[in-house]
Write a protein that binds this ligand. Sequence first.
Ligand code: FE
Ligand code: FE
Length: 164
Amino acid sequence: MEMSSLRDLFVEELKDLYSAENQIIKALPKMIKTASSRELKAGFEQHLQETKGQVQRLEKIFEGLEESPRGKKCKGMEGLLADGKELMEEDAEPEVMDAGLISAAQHVEHYEIAGYGCVRTYAELLGEKEAVRLLEQTLNEEKATDQKLTQLAQKINIEAEEAA
Ligand code: FE
Ligand code: FE
């Protein structure tokens, strides 16, 4: 792997995000199934649809850069989703499981916010205006999702505390 410029780093990190988003698309259906709270289920469902759009935005960016989105597996996201999978195998009270799912999802969102924040900044420096615009849209969706999860947690954490 040649990494001689900021553009090389930009493309590598975009590939990581592309892999991360595709892993999330595979993981979310099980999280939707495992969640008990209707609001949490609906939140995950909405974010699954959003995530499909985020993949399309990345594909547009790769097209503009004349680069391939393939060739990397994001190990960071693999690890976060493995932790989530481990949680879902636990025999937990439904409210406690929901609180755990929110935590797992917020770990994912924060990871994405870090990733998109970095590539957005690289795109600005590189003068890739269309990429900046698309990456900012996704960054805003990730931030909004994180805030929505915080809001849901305010109720669900208390229900978890009162469970059992
Ligand atoms: Fe995402
Ligand atoms: Fe996300």
